[in-house]
Design a protein around this ligand. Structure first.
Ligand code: NAP
Ligand code: F7E
Length: 325
C-alpha cells in the first residue's frame, strides 16, 4: 500500500529535502504552506505536481484538522516553525505561538482525528543552549538561551506527553545544525557562502558577521532528513539526537569558504557588534551514538564537503547555472 506523508514547513530547507526523499521512497507527499502575496514555493518548484500542496497555518487549528481529514496521512512531519533565533528575541510571542503551540495544535488535531498517525517533531540542539555536558546526547539537561529554544523545549515535551498520555507514535528528532544550498540566507553558513560568491564575482565588498567564536556541529540537510524518516519508521516511538559529533567555529567556516574560492577571509570579514545576540549559544556538539546503533543512521557529508558544496552552489546561482537539486 502506498504510504502517505503530510509535511508542515514544506517550503523550508528541510521540507524540500524531505519531500524529495519521501517521493523517491514511493510515498504520496502532501505539504502545508502558508498563503503568501509573493511566491514562496521556490524550494519545491522542481518537484512539480509530484507534491500536493495545501494552504494551512500552524496558528490555525481548523486548517490542520481539515488537512488531516483531506489527506489521511500515515506520517506527519512537523517541520514548520519560526526558526530564526534572532527573530525570536524580536518576536517572542509569535515564535511561541508557532514553534511551541503550533506543535500542540497539530498533536491535538491528530488526537481528535486518528491516533494511529505517526508524528515527527523537529526538535533542536538549541534546547541544550548553555550546555551542561559535552557532547550532548538524549539525556543531557536542557538550558535554552532564546525564546526559540524555550519554544522548542515546550514542543519537545508536549510531543513526549502525547506519546505517554494517548499512545501516539510521537517522536522527537533533536537535530543539530544542518545546512545546504537551500539554507535561508539569514543563517550564518549561507550568509557566508552567498557573500563569498558575491565577493568573488565583484558584486559585494565585505562580509559583516557577529560572534565568530561560536561553535556548531554542522551537518548536511540531505543526510538529516533521512534520519527523520528512520525515526518515524523505527519499531518504537523514541527521541534521537542527530549530529556529526564534530564542531567548528564560525571563523573556521568563513576561513574555509573563502579559501574554497581562493580568497583570504581576513581581507573581507568585519565584526559587527550589532549582530551579537542578547544571549548566544557558544558551543554545541552532538553525540548521535543512539541513532547510529538503533537507526543505523550515519552522516555522509563532512564539514569540508558541506562548505564546498554551498560555495559552489552560490557561485553557480549567481552565474545562472544552478539547477536547484
Ligand atoms: P526553515 O527553512 O526556516 O523553514 C521553516 C518552515 O516553516 C517554512 O516552510 C515556513 O514557511 C514554515 N512556517 C513558519 N511559520 C509557519 C506557520 N505559522 N504555519 C505554517 N508554516 C510555517 O527551517 P528548516 O531549516 O527547514 O528547519 C525545519 C525545522 O527544523 C524547523 O522547525 C526548525 O526549527 C527545526 N530545526 C532546524 C535545524 C537546522 O539546523 N536547520 C536544526 C534543528 C531543528 P514560509 O516559507 O512561508 O516562511
Ligand atoms: O547561527 C553566529 C550566531 O543563525 C549560528 C537554526 O536552524 O540551528 C539554527 O540556529 C551561530 C550563532 O544558527 C552571524 O551568533 C555569527 O552563534 O546560523 P545561525 P543557530 O542560531 O545555531 C539550530 C539548531 C536551530 O534549531 C535553528 O532553527 O553563528 N553568528 N555571525 C551569526 N549568525 C547569523 N545568523 N548571522 C551572522 O552574521
Amino acid at each position: 500500500m502506498t504510504r502517505t506523508a503530510l509535511i508542515t514547513g514544506i517550503t523550508g530547507q528541510d521540507g524540500a529535502y524531505l519531500a524529495s526523499f519521501l517521493l523517491d521512497k514511493g510515498y504520496r507527499v502532501h505539504g502545508i504552506h502558508r498563503r503568501s502575496s509573493t511566491d514562496n514555493l521556490e524550494r519545491v518548484a522542481h518537484l512539480g505536481d509530484r507534491v500536493q500542496l495545501h494552504c494551512g497555518d500552524l496558528l490555525d487549528s481548523h486548517s490542520l484538522l481539515r488537512l488531516l481529514e483531506q489527506t489521511t496521512p500515515h506520517e506527519v512531519y512537523n517541520l514548520a516553525a519560526q526558526s530564526f533565533v534572532p527573530a525570536s528575541f524580536d518576536q517572542p510571542l509569535l515564535t511561541s505561538e508557532v514553534t511551541a503551540l503550533g506543535a500542540l495544535r497539530l498533536l491535538e488535531a491528530i488526537r481528535q482525528f486518528d491516533t494511529s498517525i505517526r508524528y515527527y517533531q523537529a526538535s533542536s540542539s538549541e534546547m541544550f543552549g548553555r550546555v551542561q555536558q559535552e557532547p550532548q546526547n538524549e539525556m543531557t539537561p536542557f538550558w535554552p538561551r532564546s525564546p526559540y529554544g524555550v519554544a522548542k523545549v515546550y514542543a519537545h515535551w508536549i510531543t513526549i506527553n502525547y506519546r505517554e498520555s494517548y499512545g501516539i507514535f510521537a517522536c522527537n528528532g533533536i537535530l543539530f545544525n544542518h545546512e545546504s544550498p537551500w539554507r535561508g540566507k539569514e543563517f550564518v553558513t549561507r550568509k557566508i557562502s552567498d557573500a563569498v560568491a558575491r565577493i568573488k564575482l565583484g558584486r559585494q565588498k565585505t562580509l559583516r558577521l557577529g560572534n565568530l567564536d561560536a561553535q556548531r556541529d554542522w551537518g548536511f540537510a540531505g543526510d538529516y532528513v533521512q534520519a527523520m524518516w528512520r525515526i518515524l519508521n523505527h519499531k518504537t516511538p523514541d527521541d534521537f539526537v542527530i549530529a556529526t559529533g564534530v564542531k567548528h567555529s564560525v571563523l573556521e567556516f568563513a576561513e574555509l569558504a573563502f579559501e574554497h574560492a581562493d580568497m583570504d577571509f581576513r581581507e573581507f570579514v568585519e565584526v559587527d557588534p550589532g549582530l551579537l545576540r542578547p544571549a548566544d549559544v557558544h558551543t554545541l556538539c552532538g553525540d548521535a551514538s543512539k541513532a547510529r546503533s538503533e537507526l543505523k543512521w550515519e552522516p555522509k557529508v563532512d564539514f569540508r564537503e558541506l562548505v564546498g558544496m554551498m560555495v559552489e552552489a552560490d557561485l553557480a546561482r549567481l552565474n545562472g547555472e544552478w539547477g536547484g537539486g
